[in-house]
Design a protein around this ligand. Structure first.
Ligand code: TEU
Ligand code: CA
Length: 551
C-alpha cells in the first residue's frame, strides 16, 4: 500500500538551542522563521519543534503548565502564526510536540487538584501510601528515584513517571481525554499539520496499581491495557478527520504493538519512534552503565524491525539522533576530523535509504559532534543532574561519574546550533544561555554551505533521491551481506529498481564481494571517490555505497 508520508523528510528543531532572534541567549520562534531559507535549502518537508508552551522548564518544556499558549521566552502566539504562514508558503509543514501523558505540577488542573477540587483530583493519580507510609507501589521514575511523591500534610502521593514536577494524567477519566482532545483541535485550527506525541504508549495505566517485583514498573503501563482504544478515540476525535502526520514516541515498545499503532487501517498514528537500536551500548539494559557498541545487535534490530514493519504494514520513524540522545556520530563511529565527512554521511545513508520517514535532528546535517563537557557546571538537563547525584551515591567516584555523563547526557545534543565559528557560534548576538562547543571552529553552517561536497550537500541529495525514487519510498526490504562484519546492508526493490545499500561501520578498509546481480549496476550513492564497481570491492573506513539496477 502506498504510504502518503513515504517521500517526506522531517527536520527536528530543539527550539531553545536553534537560533536566538532577540539577543537574550535563548533560541526562539522568530529564530526559526529567520532561518527558513536554510531549512528550505536543505529540502525537508516538515519541521518538528520541541515544546514551546508555558512551562517552568524543569524538563525543558516537557513539563507543560498551559497547553494553549506560547512561553514568552520563546515568543508570542503571533510569532507562531507567522511561522506557520511563512513555512507553509514554502511548502514546509509544522509539527508540534504534545505531551499528553503528564502536565507540570504548575498546571491549573494540578493546582486545583491540590486545593482539593474533586473534579480535578481525578485528573491525576492520587493514591494513599502503604500502611507503613511508603509509596503506593515500588515503581521507579525514569529520571531516577520513586515514581511517587508524597503531598505534605497528607497520606496521599501522586504518580510521576518522569520528574516530580511532571504529574501523570489519568486517561481513564473521560473528562481528561476530552480536555486533551480540545488541545489537539486548538492547534489544528492554528494550521499545525503534524503532531509528535510524547511518550504516547505510557498513557494507559492498569486498573490496579501494584508493586513490580521483577522490574521498575514499566511492564504494567508500557503499551498499557487500553492503549489502542485510547489512540483510536484520539484519532477519531481529532487528527483522523484531516491528513495530518502524527508520530508517537513509543518508549520500550514491541514490534507487534508498533505495527498496530502505525498500520493505517488501525487509525491510530502515522508512525512510531522506537528506541531499541539506541540501547546497544547500554550495559544490561541500563543507560547509566557504559559498554561498547554491540554492533551485531544494532544490525539485527534494524533488520528485524524493517522486515516486520513492512510485513505488518506498519511505518517507522527513521532516526539516529534527537534531543534525548548523544549524537550517533562519535557513538557508533569515530568523530575524528579525518573521518568526519565519511562517518556522518554513512550514518545518514543507513537511515535515509530504509523504509519509513527519516528525521534529521538540527546540526546533524553539518555533522555536529558531542561536546562531552568535563565539568558538571556545564550540564543543565535534569536527568543528568539527578544521575550525577545517584551514581555517586551508588559508589562511583566523581571522575567515573563525569565519564558516564559525558557519554550519556542529553545535553550532548542540546547545545546551540553552530551557524559559524564566532564566539557565540552565530547562535545569538547576545550571550548564549547554554555552553557553546569548541567544535564550532570547524563544524558550522557557514563553512558547510561554502563546500560543494559537504555533509549538508549529501543530505540534500538523500532527501531528493527519496522524493524521486519510489523504490526508496515503498520498495520491499531484505537484509543483505549478513556475514560481513561491521556492515549493514540491505536490498530495496520494486517493479522498476533494485537497490543494494551497503554501509560500513568499520574504522578500517574492508573487502567485500558484491553479489553478481549487482556487479553491473550503477553507483547511486557514494561518499568516497569511487566510480567503478568490481566483484571484490575494497570499502574504505565508513564508506557507504548504494548500487542501483534499473529493470
Ligand atoms: O522522552 C521519553 C523518554 O522515554 C526519554 O526521556 C528517555 O527515557 C530518556 O531520554 C532516556 O534516558 C520524552 C521526551 O523526548 C523527553 O525529552 C522528556 O524528558 C520525556 O519524554 C518526559 O516528557
Ligand atoms: Ca531569544
Amino acid at each position: 500500500m502506498k504510504n502518503p508520508f513515504a517521500e517526506k523528510t522531517i527536520y527536528q528543531i530543539y527550539l531553545r538551542s536553534f537560533y536566538d532572534s532577540n539577543q537574550d541567549g535563548i533560541g526562539d520562534i522568530p529564530g526559526i522563521t529567520a532561518k527558513l531559507d536554510y531549512i528550505e535549502q536543505l529540502g525537508v518537508d516538515m519541521i518538528w519543534i520541541n515544546p514551546f508552551y508555558p512551562s517552568p522548564q524543569n524538563d525543558n518544556g516537557y513539563d507543560i503548565s498551559n497547553y494553549t499558549d506560547i512561553d514568552p521566552r520563546f515568543g508570542t502566539m503571533q510569532d507562531f502564526e507567522l511561522l506557520v504562514a511563512e513555512s507553509s508558503a514554502r511548502n514546509i509543514g509544522i509539527m508540534i510536540d504534545l505531551v499528553l501523558n503528564h502536565t507540570s505540577t504548575e498546571h491549573d488542573w494540578f493546582q486545583k487538584a491540590l486545593s482539593g477540587d474533586p473534579f480535578y483530583r481525578d485528573f491525576y493519580y492520587f493514591r494513599q501510601g502503604k500502611k507503613d507510609g511508603s509509596p503506593p507501589t515500588n515503581w521507579e521514575s525514569k529520571f531516577g528515584g520513586s515514581a511517587w511523591e508524597k503531598l505534605p500534610d497528607s497520606d496521599d502521593y501522586y504518580l510521576h513517571l518522569f520528574d516530580v514536577t511532571q504529574a501523570d494524567l489519568n486517561w481513564e477519566n473521560p473528562h481528561v481525554r476530552e480536555a486533551l482532545y480540545d488541545v489537539v483541535r486548538f492547534w489544528m485550527e492554528k494550521g499545525v499539520t503534524g503532531f509528535r506525541l510524547d511518550v504516547l504508549n505510557l498513557i494507559s495505566k492498569p486498573d490496579k496499581l501494584e508493586d513490580d517485583f521483577i522490574g521498575d514498573g514499566r511492564r504494567f503501563y508500557t503499551d498499557g491495557p487500553k492503549i489502542h482504544s485510547y489512540l483510536k478515540e484520539l484519532h477519531a476525535e481529532t487528527f483522523g478527520q484531516s491528513n495530518l502526520i502524527t508520530v508517537g514516541e513509543m518508549s520500550s515498545t514491541t514490534i507487534q504493538n508498533s505495527i498496530k499503532y502505525s498500520n493505517p487501517l488501525e487509525k491510530e498514528v502515522s508512525m512510531v519512534f522506537h528506541f531499541h537500536h539506541l540501547k546497544v551500548d547500554y550495559k544490561n539494559g541500563e543507560k547509566w552503565r557504559l559498554d561498547n557498541v554491540r554492533f551485531d545487535e544494532l544490525k539485527d534490530i534494524f533488520h528485524t524491525w524493517q522486515v516486520a514493519m513492512a510485513d505488518g504494514n506498519g511505518w517507522d520513524a527513521l532516526f539516529f539522533n534527537n534531543h534525548d540522545q548523544p549524537r550517533a556520530l562519535g557513538r557508533f563511529t569515530s568523530d575524528k576530523k579525518e573521518y568526519h565527512y565519511k562517518a556522518a554521511t554513512m550514518l545518514a545513508a543507513t537511515i535515509h535509504l530504509m523504509r519509513g520517514t527519516p528525521y534529521i535532528y538540527m546540526g546533524e546535517e553539518i555533522g555536529m559532534i558531542n561536546p562531552r563537557f568535563s565539568s558538571i557546571e556545564k550540564y543543565n538537563d535534569i536527568e543528568s543532574i539527578n544521575h550525577y547525584q545517584l551514581l555517586q551515591e551508588e559508589g562511583f567516584s566523581e571522575k567515573e561519574t563525569i565519564k558516564i555523563i559525558q557519554e550519556r547526557s542529553r545535553d550532548n545534543s542540546r547545545i546551540p546550533m553552530q551557524w559559524d565559528s564566532t564566539p557565540q557560534a552565530g547562535f545569538t548576538k547576545g550571550e548564549s544561555q547554554y555552553p557553546i562547543s569548541e567544535s564550532k571552529s570547524w563544524i558550522n553552517v557557514k563553512e558547510s554551505l561554502k563546500q560543494p561536497n559537504s555533509i549538508f550537500a549529501f543530505y540534500q541529495k538523500l532527501i531528493k533521491l527519496r522524493k524521486a525514487m519510489p523504490v526508496i519510498q515503498n520498495g520491499s526490504y531484505q537484509p543483505a551481506l549478513l556475514n560481513e562484519e561491521n556492515v549493514i546492508a540491505y536490498v530495496r526493490e520494486d517493479e522498476q529498481h533494485a537497490l543494494l545499500a551497503i554501509h560500513s561501520y568499520s574504522p578500517s578498509d574492508k573487502t567485500i564481494t558484491i553479489p553478481e546481480n549487482f556487479q553491473n549496476g550503477d553507483i547511486l550513492v557514494s561518499n568516497v571517490a569511487r566510480n567503478q564497481l568490481t566483484a571484490e570491492t575494497q570499502l574504505e573506513a565508513y564508506e557507504t555505497l548504494t548500487i542501483c539496477i534499473t529493470k
